[in-house]
Design a protein around this ligand. Structure first.
Ligand SMILES: Nc1ncnc2c1ncn2[C@@H]1O[C@H](COP(=O)(O)OP(=O)(O)OP(=O)(O)O)[C@@H](O)[C@H]1O
Ligand SMILES: [Mg+2]
Length: 400
């Protein structure tokens, strides 16, 4: 869950420790509106109309931005049936804006299923008392509803009824990266080095897609809880409530009220409200650091001087001899030191103080893929060597 921040003059900064409960997220009533934000709330006040619905399987491996949100409209009654009336048994998790429930639909026809069989979805029910929730909800529909990419969670539809705002997503069976890195228990086995690389590459590809779209999209809320994992640990970004269109060609940044999550937000943005595409790269660097170290971006339970992961870890990243001391003990040393050093160097570049010194997300993807390829080659070489040893041992003359 997030530790969200707003500019101090307008919002009470909400802090939480690593284990704290959900915190509310602030959202601006004066936020600049981008191209996607022209979709007004009245556009949503359509009835669910046609009863024949199905999920179109539009998959665009390289991603696609649609002209209009391609979403289903659900009635509250349908979502109540699908989630067993939002009962605790269907509860999946809670964030700053509301609770998330598991829901069931009869296969791809999207008729609610009472019997917890059929297609599983995730239903986010926004806290009904929050104006901020409305803005977040609209932004989610405007951005995510139009985006299609293998590394972005699919938004299937929404409901706006009786002062209730709900969003229906594809279900991500492995939950959030945050849970895997920091929660303990049998449901959260430590992630191996290979899986960490796979997840980092998937998430980086999601951001790279947003950044390289014609009208760049700044995600603004990159953090481990917003990286969700499918059954194969493919990473998908969720939560576009804070997303913004990037600057026009003549500008390097947009200026906006400061909002985001403590520990992940780029220093230039916190200091000036200037938001760059590269501000997302900083957030990515912080998550990479969390994945390497197994430590949260911000944790008030750590000893004094170690609360902020970036401040604490930077000296380790700068010194090659110290990097390995930073690595997550849950990896049990099962990673190639060369790959770890390269990932640490990349992290350092991503969290550079000046946005222009950070790599683009395309470059990040490329470097991570190189680390992964080397990793794979050395694994294959080891397997080949072992096979060779077994074969030669098999042929070797028996000891007298
Ligand atoms: N599509 C989904 N499939 C499966 N589980 C989900 C899905 N979306 C959310 N969840 C679960 O619900 C939890 C809460 O998600 P939510 O996005 O509301 O909050 P958050 O990301 O933890 O915090 P924040 O509000 O600061 O973004 C997630 O951590 C995850 O475990
Ligand atoms: Mg989230």
């Amino acid at each position: 869950m997030g530790n969200c921040l707003g500019s101090s003059d307008q919002f009470v900064t909400r802090f939480s420790t690593s284990s704290a409960a959900s915190t509310a997220k602030a959202s601006s009533s004066t936020a600049t509106t981008g191209k996607f934000s022209s979709f007004s709330s009245s556009s949503f006040e359509q009835s669910s109309g046609s009863s024949v619905r199905s999920i179109e399987d539009l998959s665009f491996p390289d991603g696609r931005i649609l002209d209009e949100p391609n979403l289903q409209i659900f009635s509250l009654a349908e979502l109540k049936i699908a989630t067993k009336n939002f009962k605790p048994v269907a509860f999946l998790g809670e964030g700053g804006f509301g609770k998330v429930y598991r829901g069931w639909f009869e296969d791809r026809t999207l008729n609610s299923s009472k019997n917890a069989v059929g297609m599983v979805v995730a239903v986010k029910k926004l806290n009904s008392d929050s104006m901020q929730g409305l803005e977040q909800w609209q932004s989610e529909v405007n951005f995510l509803g139009r985006l299609s990419h293998p590394n972005l969670v699919k938004l299937l539809g929404y409901c706006m009824e009786d002062n209730e705002l709900l969003l229906v997503y594809e279900f991500m069976p492995k939950g959030s990266l945050e849970n895997h890195l920091f929660r303990r228990g049998t449901a959260f086995e430590p992630l191996s080095w290979n899986l960490r690389l796979k997840i980092a590459i998937g998430a980086a590809q999601g951001l790279a897609f947003l950044h390289s779209s014609e009208k760049q999209i700044i995600y603004r809320d990159f953090k481990a809880s917003n990286v969700l994992l499918d059954a194969n640990y493919t990473a998908k970004l969720s939560d576009f409530g804070l997303a913004k269109n990037g600057p026009s060609a003549s500008n390097s940044h947009i200026t906006t009220r400061i909002i985001g999550t403590h520990g992940y937000t780029a220093p230039e943005y916190v200091a000036t409200g200037h938001l760059y595409v590269k501000s997302d790269v900083y957030g990515f660097g912080v998550v990479l650091l969390e994945m390497l170290s197994g430590q949260r971006a911000l944790d008030l339970n750590r000893p004094k001087g170690q609360h902020n992961l970036v401040d604490w870890a930077k000296p380790f990243l700068l010194d090659k001899r110290k990097v390995l001391r930073l690595m997550d003990p849950r990896l049990e040393g099962q990673y190639p030191s060369e790959g770890a050093l390269q990932a640490a160097q990349l992290t350092l570049r991503c969290i550079a103080r000046k946005p222009k010194n950070r790599p683009s997300m395309n470059e990040v993807v490329q470097i991570l893929e190189e680390i992964e390829a080397k990793n794979r080659r050395s694994r294959e070489a080891k397997v080949a060597l072992n096979q060779h040893k077994v074969r030669s041992h098999g042929k070797a003359p028996m000891n007298p």
